[in-house]
Write a protein that binds this ligand. Structure first.
Ligand SMILES: Cc1cc2nc3c(=O)[nH]c(=O)nc-3n(C[C@H](O)[C@H](O)[C@H](O)COP(=O)(O)OP(=O)(O)OC[C@H]3O[C@@H](n4cnc5c(N)ncnc54)[C@H](O)[C@@H]3O)c2cc1C
Length: 399
């Protein structure tokens, strides 16, 4: 009977784990190991693009790719990880229950936006999933049929981190496309930190400020959204803003499946993993992508919840889980280079290198790079066996 590698999740971490495991089996000419991916859809959803318009297109089909490299796909949602019996219980799309056995498990179930107990949070939109971003898009389109008012013309983005900034800076163009060039629109970012882009650093801040001024985006810092209702938001400072479009972007947390795996977790719920991406203290369970708290170097840096890390983590986790079953040497995860490419709407973008985010490109040049990243680099390879396996080499640098 074949040994089983089971991968939970078909995001960046899961897809690249599957391809990389398949690559190693191919390299060693082995067909006694089966790779299975369990996920709700056989598609890679391109989460980094969910702040853009036409969000329903932001996905790539995986069936042909998986067929080409010999990966089995099972549609369903994992519910129970039974480590004692090495089984995963899942719910099929029909609602029926299923079980999958494994010899090695790779947890790659990603992360989700946190929804803290803020009064009226149900009124807020978000760009966390295709479904929720599609709801936001439909809402924006529907604004054209609403009589003009301050609330109709105002978007409040709660949170001025990476996702909040990309969402906010895209918003003037998206609103004008619906309400017309002369509409008196307002886009306001509300952030708890005392200064703009506090979490992103001093190097990148001037670009964010310049882009915000160019696009007419207002920042309210040092306070938070205390409550939301159908007509707007009330800030902790007491300030009231009339708005029918509030977008929540604050805080991401690892999949709740991580809670079923014993171990140390970071503040975002990610499982601590060793250099081969095996969950510490476990013999058979690996974690990758947004569920893994992994050291990227020996200087004390750890992978962020990001696509650039999830792709590289995926390639290493897949390689190493297969290596263990084949009895060959694993490749320790290492990703010393870190870059940031932040979209800043019609102003352009800003590209930085290093954990201290030294600015290397701005405006048009950075935007060209961002477009290339978002429309080419983060998509899965074509369904061509040789090319797809070659692309999954863990030693290919991601940034
Ligand atoms: C709006 C936005 C903008 C972003 N911008 C950037 C950016 O510019 N640059 C960057 O590097 N990163 C960016 N990110 C972060 C990036 O998208 C994530 O870090 C990346 O998607 C993580 O990959 P992953 O495979 O770990 O998780 P995901 O891509 O979230 O994939 C998780 C997979 O697991 C599946 N899954 C979940 N639960 C289960 C279950 N119970 N059973 C089976 N399958 C399950 C999901 O369906 C999915 O297939 C952005 C994220 C968002 C939301």
């Amino acid at each position: 009977m074949k040994q089983q590698i089971l991968i939970i999740g078909a995001g960046f971490g899961g897809v690249w784990s599957a391809l990389s495991a398949a690559r190693l089996l191919d390299k060693h000419d082995r067909n006694d190991v089966e790779i299975t991916v369990l996920a709700p859809q056989a598609e890679l959803r391109i989460r980094p693009r969910f702040y853009e318009p036409n969000v329903h297109n932001m996905k790539a089909p995986l069936n042909d790719l998986f067929d080409a490299v010999g990966v089995k796909f099972v549609q369903g949602s994992a519910e129970v990880i039974d480590e004692k019996n090495k089984q995963v219980g899942y719910t099929k799309v029909t609602g029926e229950q299923g079980q999958l056995s494994y010899d090695r498990l790779v947890l790659a179930a990603g992360s989700h936006l946190m929804r803290p107990p803020v009064e009226g949070l149900d009124h807020a939109f978000d760009v966390d999933t295709i479904e929720s971003a599609t709801r936001l898009e439909a809402h924006i389109h529907a604004l054209k049929d609403v009589p003009t008012s301050a609330a109709r013309n105002t978007v409040v983005v709660a949170g001025g981190g990476f996702t909040g900034i990309e969402t906010a800076t895209e918003m003037p163009a998206r609103l004008r496309a619906v309400l017309g060039d002369n509409a008196d629109i307002r886009v306001i970012v509300v952030d708890l930190a005392p200064q703009i882009a506090a979490t992103l650093g001093d190097g990148i801040r001037p670009s964010i400020i310049e882009a915000s001024e160019h696009l007419g985006i207002e920042w309210i810092v040092g306070t938070s959204v205390a409550s939301i209702d159908a007509g707007g938001v009330t800030l902790a400072s007491g300030q009231r803003i009339e708005s029918s479009t509030v977008i929540w972007t604050v805080g991401f947390r690892a999949s709740p499946l991580t809670e079923q795996v014993q171990g140390t977790r970071d503040r975002q719920g990610r499982l601590h993993v060793d250099q081969n991406l095996k969950v510490r203290g476990h013999a058979d369970v690996y974690a990758t992508g947004d569920v893994a708290y992994a050291a990227t170097d020996e200087l004390g840096n750890f992978a962020a919840m990001s696509c650039q890390h999830a792709i590289c983590l995926g390639r290493h986790a897949g390689n190493n889980v297969a290596a263990e079953l084949l009895g060959v040497e694993p490749i320790a995860y290492s990703q010393p280079k870190y870059v940031t490419c932040l979209d800043l709407g019609a102003w352009g973008a800003v590209f930085t290198e290093g954990w201290d985010r030294q600015v290397k490109l701005v405006k048009h040049e950075a935007k060209e790079l961002k477009t290339q990243i978002n429309s080419v680099w983060i998509y899965p390879p074509a369904a061509d066996r040789a090319a797809a396996l070659a692309a999954a080499d863990p030693l290919i640098p991601v940034a």
